[in-house]
Design a protein around this ligand. Structure first.
Ligand SMILES: [Fe+2]
Ligand SMILES: [Fe+2]
Length: 179
């Protein structure tokens, strides 16, 4: 493995996808981390699953980090920004309470699943390693999504608003990262 200074920028579309996914997973880790922290006060009943989801997101981030390391690729410049944004979103929604926490999970995972579907279709014949990484996380993201949707009115104002915000932020990160 090379030192940070010797790493190269992502070159192919597949490499850029993984670089963006890696940053996105850092966002997800921090959403659940902040929600888990605030849930001590606002949603103690959700703590076990928030911790469970956070553990998944840490694994996902590592899967993409390992790909980047294997190919000597530098991480996305938006990596820390995603972490900070995720933490902020998690903190605010955690303070609002359980409904906002569930709506965030639903919104994030909805956007993520849609995104992963496009990626697997593209990567299948282009980059086996990248395809393997993306495929490896789908089951967990589906679990997070299904868990939230079971307990949530997805047509509520809160869920709809969060979907819009999360979609917009995700699109910005993707557009920025794929340049
Ligand atoms: Fe994830
Ligand atoms: Fe997730």
């Amino acid at each position: 493995m090379l030192g940070r200074g010797q790493l190269r920028p992502a070159a192919s579309t597949a490499e850029k996808m993984i670089k963006v996914d890696h940053a996105g997973e850092n966002g997800a880790v921090n959403i659940y981390r902040a929600q888990h922290l605030v849930s001590l006060l606002r949603a103690p009943g959700l703590r076990p699953e928030l911790m469970h989801f956070q553990a998944h997101e840490v694994e996902h981030r590592q899967i993409f980090a390992d790909y980047l390391a294997r190919h000597n690729i530098r991480r996305c410049v938006s990596y820390h920004l995603c972490g900070l944004g995720g933490w902020g979103l998690g903190f605010v929604t955690g303070l609002i309470g359980p409904k906002a926490v569930l709506a965030t999970t639903y919104a994030v995972e909805n956007v993520v699943l849609e995104h992963l579907e496009h990626q697997t279709a593209y990567l299948r014949n282009v980059d086996t390693d990248a395809h393997h990484c993306v495929s490896a996380i789908i089951k967990d993201e589906q679990e997070h999504h299904d868990h939230a949707i079971d307990k949530l009115d997805k047509n509520s104002f809160l869920a709809k608003s969060l979907i819009k915000i999360v979609k917009y932020c995700t699109e910005c990160v993707i557009r920025f990262g794929m340049r």
